[in-house]
Design a protein around this ligand. Structure first.
Ligand SMILES: Cc1cc2nc3c(=O)[nH]c(=O)nc-3n(C[C@H](O)[C@H](O)[C@H](O)COP(=O)(O)O)c2cc1C
Length: 405
């Protein structure tokens, strides 16, 4: 029977019924090299696959005959209500998927009543995103070798009214994405096969490349060496600017400088989570960078229970990496997360249809969360807890191991 089944049989992405189907629409619109940049993981992509395996192996146990007609998925994040337990994760180079992609993502997030986190290596100036999207905006920070970059970004984000600063801690060494590299014959120079593939995507060419060429890293371009300011050259240079010497001293320094909420993105063990709390951070993002940085890294879902248990009353605990279904979000809440960051799920929407595509991705996920709540017999996210998880769960047994240490 399966050979009759085909995802995305239409031309219109609005007809995608799942994130996986939206991915097929994205694949059709965007050249291979750009989609590989979004989808790929480090080395053998074991972390990338493992992030999904964890969700696929977890099982939920519903309560039956509960009246759930009044259910909702609103919850609080840093004391303020959000419409769903979701945040759009920081991703660099969104302008490669859609012209001014950062604005499209931010507007869709605001429309959906959830925060948007902008990347240091985004393609639209943070002030413009604030002016054009409004809503709850967070700024992600890569601390570069030249600390003046961090100083300037946090001053500007403070002035533009950003709510939170998210310091990414898992990029002291740049991940080695072998499949991504195979698309280039030299840094920033595509292979001939990829150049031909680009020519076969006229809708993408007209939307992304024709308006202004390869998008620039607008938030950090002034700090680039003069020879590397052009869009193409900077793509090759950026990884070398990342500071290999970031440490807890930077957290202390950021805490002194930044008045808003401060989060660390890249925490994966209890000791680091406790250290973040003791240095005055407001939250942590448990992540393996969507499997893009360190291959064979643990999935954040496996360490979530022990970390939530240790610091959940002191810190807001956010988790990401591999979320593609509403039931995944429910599983994270059941293990103690406050909210979930979405990376590729909303990028597939962006690549398939700009702001409308992101809105479509968020609608898919929020209706899945709503159905899962109803089917579990829950009226709100507060009723979701570990009691809904089947007893033998990979994520739970891993947490038992962590606790036993
Ligand atoms: C294309 C792409 C670019 C990314 N760029 C950044 C970035 O600039 N800063 C950052 O902290 N994380 C970055 N990430 C990681 C995401 O914030 C997030 O941790 C990850 O995508 C979550 O996994 P998921 O894609 O499976 O949802 C990026 C991820 C992707 C897919």
């Amino acid at each position: 029977m399966s050979h009759h089944r085909r995802l995305a049989p239409h031309r219109d992405f609005h007809r995608a019924l799942s994130i996986e189907e939206l991915r097929v629409y994205a694949r059709r619109r965007v050249p291979t090299f750009a989609l590989e940049y979004v989808e790929g993981g480090a080395e053998d992509e074991i972390s990338l696959r493992h992030n999904r395996d964890i969700f696929e192996q977890m099982r939920l146990v519903p309560n039956t005959l509960v009246n759930t007609s009044a259910r909702h998925q609103r919850c609080k994040l840093f004391g303020q209500e959000i419409a769903s337990p979701l945040i759009i994760a920081p991703t660099g180079l969104n302008g490669m998927l859609w012209h001014r992609g950062d604005v499209a993502l931010a507007r869709a997030a605001t429309h959906a009543g959830i925060p948007f986190c902008q990347s240091t290596v985004s393609n639209v100036r943070l002030e413009e995103v604030a002016a054009q999207a409004g809503g709850r905006l967070w700024m992600q920070l890569y601390v570069m070798r030249d600390r003046a970059i961090a100083r300037e970004i946090l001053t500007r984000a403070q002035r533009a009214g950003f709510e939170a600063l998210v310091f990414t801690t898992d990029a002291n060494v740049f991940g080695y994405r072998e499949w991504d590299r195979r698309n280039y014959r030299a840094p920033a120079k595509l292979t001939l096969r990829n150049m031909l593939d680009v020519a076969c995507h006229p809708r993408w060419l007209m939307n992304v490349l024709v308006p202004r060429g390869v998008p620039r890293f607008e938030n950090v371009v002034d700090f680039m060496p003069p020879a590397a300011r052009s869009a193409k050259a900077s793509v090759a240079v950026i990884p070398q600017l990342f500071a290999p010497d970031i440490s807890w001293d930077d957290v202390q320094w950021l805490r002194e400088q930044w008045r808003g909420k401060l989060l660390l993105k890249g925490v994966l063990n209890v000791a680091d989570a406790q250290r973040a709390a003791s240095l005055g951070c407001d939250g942590i993002v448990l992540t393996n960078h969507g499997g893009r940085q360190f291959d064979t890294c643990v999935s954040p879902m496996e360490v979530l229970p022990s970390i939530a248990n240790a610091v959940g009353n002191k810190l807001t605990v956010i988790v990401d990496s591999g979320f593609r279904r509403g039931s995944d979000v429910i599983k994270a809440r059941a293990l103690g997360a406050d909210a979930v960051m979405l990376g590729r799920a909303t990028l597939y929407g962006l690549a398939a249809g700009g702001e409308a595509g992101v809105t479509h991705a968020l609608n898919i996920l929020t209706s899945e969360i709503d159905r899962a709540l109803g089917q579990l017999g829950c009226n709100s996210l507060d009723e979701v807890g570990p009691h809904l998880l089947a007893p033998t769960q990979p994520a739970r047994s891993a947490s038992v191991l962590t606790l036993a240490k």
